[in-house]
Design a binder for this molecule. Structure first.
Ligand SMILES: Cc1cc2nc3c(=O)[nH]c(=O)nc-3n(C[C@H](O)[C@H](O)[C@H](O)COP(=O)(O)O)c2cc1C
Length: 169
């Protein structure tokens, strides 16, 4: 992988996140977990390049994000879409997702986990996190549409600084 300056990033991140999807990974080389995510974004906040992701507390990955300062967002390209069938539908609590998907994890120089299959990795540091508060919805129809029985709990939003962008050489 080679490191890109954030200004060199030419991806349409709307499509990358919502259509290609990403793997959110947190933990240590000894113990980590990953899950598919298709909600989030990138931008600028506090004069830093940031990403923001939304994770339901019931996810096993949530525990790893909570315990660790850093996480990675890995974009695998359309050719590895099958990985998301496992990582987006099964939990690391009862599935060895690396074994089941054939993902090949590696440790970045900063000690975070990414995958040989990834075409792009955003290596990130947590800056801010808060639970989405049902009281704060201005469009109240969203709470009925996305939360509740059979849909899932309110997300926690994490704003993370993008410290490194890696792309395949
Ligand atoms: C396409 C797709 C997108 C998803 N996006 C999110 C997301 O943005 N946030 C979230 O909390 N869960 C999302 N999920 C659900 C998690 O990936 C799923 O619950 C996963 O099995 C959690 O694994 P874990 O328990 O090992 O963390 C998504 C699932 C799919 C299939």
């Amino acid at each position: 992988m080679k490191e890109l300056n954030i200004s060199e990033l030419r991806d349409n991140m709307f499509d990358a996140i919502s259509k290609e999807w990403m793997l959110v990974t947190a933990g240590t080389p000894d113990k980590f977990n990953m899950m598919t995510a298709s909600w989030g974004g990138v931008g600028v906040l506090w004069a830093k390049p940031v990403a923001f992701i939304f994770i339901r507390p019931e996810r096993y990955t949530y525990e790893f994000i909570e315990k660790n300062d850093k996480l990675t967002l890995s974009f695998l390209g359309e050719e590895h879409k099958d990985v998301h069938k496992v990582c987006g539908l099964k939990s690391g609590r009862d599935t060895d997702k690396v074994a089941e998907t054939g993902l090949k994890p590696y440790t970045t120089p900063d000690g975070n986990i990414a995958y040989e299959q990834a075409r792009m990795v955003l290596e990130c540091k947590k800056l801010y996190a808060d639970m989405i508060d049902p009281e704060h919805f201005i469009d109240k129809s969203l709470t009925d549409r996305w939360y509740g029985e059979g849909k899932g709990g309110f997300h926690k939003m994490y704003v993370v600084e993008i410290e490194h962008v890696w792309v395949k050489e």
